[in-house]
Design a protein around this ligand. Structure first.
Ligand code: GSH
Length: 89
């Protein structure tokens, strides 16, 4: 059993890129998602920047691997790699 959630996403409530990423993950049937609301928890935005080296939301980790933002998530899907990444043990 993998430790932690399958997907970790730092996001805000009003960000369209965050909503698009969530829609893709929902379409993939992913329900094991830890969501960190950086608009509600500014300290976690700092944490997100330190962990990812990025300042934009969303920032997404799949099984502990940082994949980037919404565009990178969709690029993985377009490349046919997202399912395998989500399924990896
Ligand atoms: N290419 C990025 C775009 C993300 C993006 O622009 N997010 C906006 C909110 S919707 C943001 O974080 N803006 C704050 C900033 O640019 O500092 C992605 O695909 O995730």
């Amino acid at each position: 059993m993998a430790a932690g959630p399958r997907v970790l996403i730092y996001l805000t409530a009003s960000c369209p890129y965050c909503q698009a990423a969530e829609r893709l993950l929902a379409a993939k049937g992913v329900d094991d998602i830890e969501k960190v609301r950086v608009d509600l928890e500014p300290a976690r935005r700092t944490e997100m920047k330190q962990r990812s080296g990025r300042r934009t939301v969303p920032q997404i980790w799949i099984r502990g691997r940082h994949v980037g933002g919404c565009d990178e998530l969709h690029a993985l899907e377009d490349a046919g790699q997202l399912d395998a990444l989500l399924a990896a043990a």
